[in-house]
Design a protein around this ligand. Sequence first.
Ligand code: AMP
Length: 217
Amino acid sequence: MAEQAANYLKKPLESLNLITIHLGNGASMAAIKRGKCVDTSMGMTPLEGLVMGTRSGDIDPALPFFLADQLGMNLKEIDNLLNKESGLKGICGTNDMREVIELKRQGDQKAKLALDIYCYRIKKYIGAYLAVLGSLDALVFTAGIGENSSEVRALSCKGLDRLGIRIDEEKNARKSEGIREISQPDSPIKILVIPTNEELKIALETVRALESMEKEV
Ligand code: AMP
């Protein structure tokens, strides 16, 4: 994402500070300082960080003790609960963002709550990473939800105008393939939507690893 953002912005990656927001079934954000990733929202496992389809993301670290103590749950059950039954699914019954948005449109309060919590957590990380980076060139949305949901992008960026993040409602609502810019022309921080291509990145990294192995042999 960072490389593609640099290409799009026609600037060397090493000169850019970026926040990437990957919102698929799994979701994570990264703070990129002068082209190098300095923080990511996932931890030792993918459970940490953003609210996801079925993962809780950040929780009070005392919660597993409470669940074991008060509800008699064992480690396996707690692991299953936090990884497979939480997040959007735990709050409103579905892990599919399209369904969450449709349910909210029909007036479902749990779906509204799920969407609000989901976007609140993203906004919180944007704020944290802005502080970490000191200045920001672009915010990048990607993956199933990041690329397709104008509602999630709008809610996550809502109220950040004074921090330099100004989304353009009309550009945000427009559907199109490929890299696109959805910030207002005067937005000090650009907001980009970049289609994810994990398979290509994995293939390129594999080639790179094989080449460096060959050199060592
Ligand atoms: P991924 O893991 O990148 O395939 O993303 C999966 C997620 O993207 C699921 O939660 C889908 O509901 C969501 N998604 C795909 N298309 C849309 C859309 N048009 N609007 C909202 N969410 C979408």
